[in-house]
Design a protein around this ligand. Sequence first.
Ligand code: HEM
Length: 196
Amino acid sequence: MPPLEGLIRMKTEQNRTTEGGTKMKGVIVMCLGELVRNNFGQDKWEAALEKAGVKKDTIFLSTSNVDDVTVLKVIGSLCDILNISLVQAADAFGDYWVNTFAPKIYGAYYEGIKTAKEFLLNMDKVHVQTAAIVPDSRPPRFDYEWKNDKTLIMGYKSHRGLIDIMVGLVKGVGKYYNEDLKVTKLGDDKVEIIFS
Ligand code: HEM
């Protein structure tokens, strides 16, 4: 089963047994929409929303709460419509989020940070802070373990299982700081990052 279908099924099953499931900040879908509209056109975005069972004129605000399942379904629809894999979608999203979208609205988190290493080491704190105002959001958490002075193992803790998106985001950080990072997924909850 493709990973995304697995994720959607897992979340759908979780939602049947728990109250309502969890939500993500609308800012993630807002960024995805901007990326798709700018690079592929409004029609592709609307088609992806409709295929995911969402009204095509839905406006996502950064502060809205969007069900995790809806976010995953929109990503899945985009992969189908644009004929790309989940990894390609995750890389495109990570690049766009870190290099285009977040600098516009979360500029403060970039201020005074000069390297990819510093930026990544700050990410656990950033996620706790940005998600704090959404009552039922559960941000991913990260931990850090140095294998040697150039190799960082970044642990990913989230019930969402979006490790491919994490890899795409880390690659985006390398691009932002113009550093040649080697980024490898080590499993569902770990990424290895070798700094040059
Ligand atoms: C300025 C940069 C960043 C900001 C402001 C930011 C903020 C956010 C916010 C607000 C969410 C939604 C969380 C929720 O509603 O529960 C999110 C999700 C996520 N972020 Fe970031 N993020 C940034 C960069 C990164 C980077 C560099 C990584 C990778 C190390 C990362 C990994 C993720 C992942 C994987 C998710 C999906 C949610 C999940 O897996 O549970 N983010 N981020």
